[in-house]
Ligand binder design. Structure first.
Ligand code: T3D
Length: 262
């Protein structure tokens, strides 16, 4: 497989690294195809119980490779934006659809679709030098890669509107205040901090985490009545897991539970 995306697996964690550092990990066709294939491999690998998504070098991801995009425009491609439906949509759906917790280690600039990849994660650990840029309007484009859905849910409609219309970088400390970042750490600690969180989550109740993610995702577009019904359905399933039974027993013995993920 291409080295534009790397996958390292250890301690129950899959670390996915976008790897075109000279281009700030901008997404060319090869990177997008490799990322999607990697996400699908991760989804199929039961040994991976948490995921870290990060970028090589000084940036997280600068979004669409604009050189490749310009070539398409220059070539008179009749559908120069087809990559949105063809590549970005399945990538974002694959990130959001992972059953295990996903942590974005935002090591630097996250722009355009690159910002959307970070928004699609469950948690974001940002480096002090990181920033988030809704770059679309700067190049005369509108929102894609799920940002219209994900961003307002993270920071609210008003802040999302400002970020998207003004299209200015939002630095890590401001992102933290907005609730966009869950933590801001020194640049040199960003991957280790995200990895530490991922290792902790990978040793947790994986089936319950999957249900929690599913429940929150479902409730985002449902009525209270529907959400209550979904919670009851998922809780009934959680009640049958080995982890639930063992954790209750451990609690009563005043012991720390250990989880197998089943
Ligand atoms: O097909 C479609 O377009 C549809 C899909 C849309 C999804 C999207 O993601 S649209 C948004 C695309 N991304 C952008 O508009 C961001 C463009 N980049 C920037 O605004 C800036 O580069 C950054 C704010 C991200 C970083 O600025 P800075 O000053 O830290 O770095 P730089 O000097 O601008 O960039 C460093 C190098 O990376 C430079 O290459 P060079 O001159 O050293 O050879 C630059 O051209 C390259 N680079 C940065 N972003 C991209 C890129 N190359 C290709 N595509 C990029 N997106």
């Amino acid at each position: 497989m291409s080295d534009t995306v790397l996958l390292d697996i250890g301690q129950g964690v899959g670390i996915i690294t976008l790897n075109r550092p000279e281009q700030l990990n901008a997404c060319n066709q090869e990177l997008k195809a490799t990322l999607l294939a990697t996400l699908r491999n991760v989804a199929a690998d039961d040994s991976i119980r948490a995921v870290v998504l990060t970028g090589a070098g000084k940036a997280f991801c600068a979004g669409q490779d604009l050189r490749e995009h310009a070539d398409r425009l220059d070539a008179g491609d009749p559908h120069p934006l087809r990559t949105v439906a063809g590549d970005y949509n399945p990538i974002v759906a694959a990130i959001v659809g992972l059953r295990v917790p996903v942590i974005a280690a935002v090591n630097g600039m996250a722009a355009g679709a690159g910002a959307s990849f970070a928004f699609a994660a469950d948690l974001r650990v940002a480096a002090e030098s990181a920033s988030f840029l809704m770059a679309f309007a700067n190049i005369g484009l509108t929102l894609d890669s799920g940002s219209s859905w994900l961003l307002p849910r993270l920071i609210g409609h008003a802040r999302a509107t400002a970020m998207c219309l003004l299209a200015e970088p939002v630095p890590a400390d401001q992102a933290m205040e907005m609730g966009l970042a869950n933590a801001v750490v020194q640049d040199k600690r960003v991957l280790d901090t995200a990895l530490g969180l991922a290792v902790k989550l990978a040793a947790g109740p994986t089936a319950a985490y999957a249900a929690i993610k599913s429940s929150l995702g479902y409730a985002a577009t449902s009525t209270l009545g529907q959400a209550l019904a979904k919670e009851a359905e998922l809780q009934a399933r959680a009640g049958h897991t080995e982890d639930h039974r063992n954790a209750v027993a451990a609690f009563l013995r005043k012991q720390k539970p250990s989880f197998t993920g089943r």
